[in-house]
Design a protein around this ligand. Sequence first.
Ligand SMILES: [Zn+2]
Length: 429
Amino acid sequence: MMTNLLRLLTFIILLGSMGAPGMAQPKQEVWYHTGYPGGVGGPGSGMSALTGPTKMPAIFEAILRNRLVEPGQIHTDSLSVTGRASFAPPIDLESLRAVHTDRYLKALFTGEPRSLAMSQGLPTWNEKIAEGWLLNVGGLYAASETALYKRTITANLGHGYHHAAVNRGMGFCTINGLVVAAKKLIRQEKAKRVMIIDLDHHEGNGTAESILGEPRIWNVSIYGSYMGGPLSAENNHVFHVRHDALERGRKRDAHYLAIVSDVLPRLIRLQDPDLILYQAGMDPFDGAGISRNALAIRDAYVFSLCLSLDKPVTWVLAGGYADLNTLVELHTDTVRMANEVLRSVPPGSRIVHQRASAYEWVSRERVITFPSWKLLVEGKLEVHIPERMSGWAVQEFMSERERVLREERLPDDEIQSVYRRLFVGKSSP
Ligand SMILES: [Zn+2]
């Protein structure tokens, strides 16, 4: 039934796009390296679907099997893709040191101390896993650079970023690739401002801690589960959705989508970023009882909004603890929606909201029609916005972060040699 609904959605969109002037936009490009970790065993469901070897390769294989992305748009080392594009090198050390402490990075590169190397909660450490983290963040950076350059939607089929803080991992997140990529693009003057939109069910606490007081990077986290990050601030926008206030089903879906569509347009306009990094978390499905259809239209909305405001987007996988088949369906919906939006939403389109079924959207002659989710809720939005930190409190937070970075600093030679040792006998970096 789900598939039928998606087909219907696709049909509606195609119908709509027939009338649109044929401005072909660059197609979606994806990055994936078979070395992304993974690779640590375990059954293919529940929490293990995230830590085990199964989730990322399964999504990648589903993209190939269903021909969702053309081979020439797939940046991978995988020999199963004939005509593939070149894959990304591992992320450079300088970009990692701009976000994480040397002591933490050394633990990730060497596995010692083991408790710090495994602070994200993975069951083991080895060099291959360590290398995989760097390939993963390298892929994310390459995807974001391409999105900016080609003004399109790109994806990195990796995960494990937003809980990683300055000097430790957490919640299966090891390196905060979102912040690493954003800071690198800014340092290279490829972007002036970057927005991180985080729609994982869990609050992006590591991201918030890493960017607080850095006005060029904004974090927007709409979550159902608080993870201990800092309060709101000028560049940290956090919204705790009270999902339980509404019964599961159409009402709860519409409520969630009403909040997303209430928050995002004004913040994107306010910051006016050059690029959006979108954490397309799928754990609202199992964590908050949001339906597959709602998550698909959420992603269609986010992509349409970004394109209508002329913002390129790079999206990544995140959260999702259902069985593997469900996870693959949820995540490949994001791939499909990015394709649909690129196909049917020409530049200069605008979004209108009209009373309609919660899950229908149409794009016709530069007008993208989404449902009036707020009207469907027929009540107030159940969302808690934490109070704002004072300027003084932000300063305190920043100096504490600086102190940790300083105190955990190692001599350049020492950190460079452990980084290079990971790649001894290999072609890069
Ligand atoms: Zn999550």
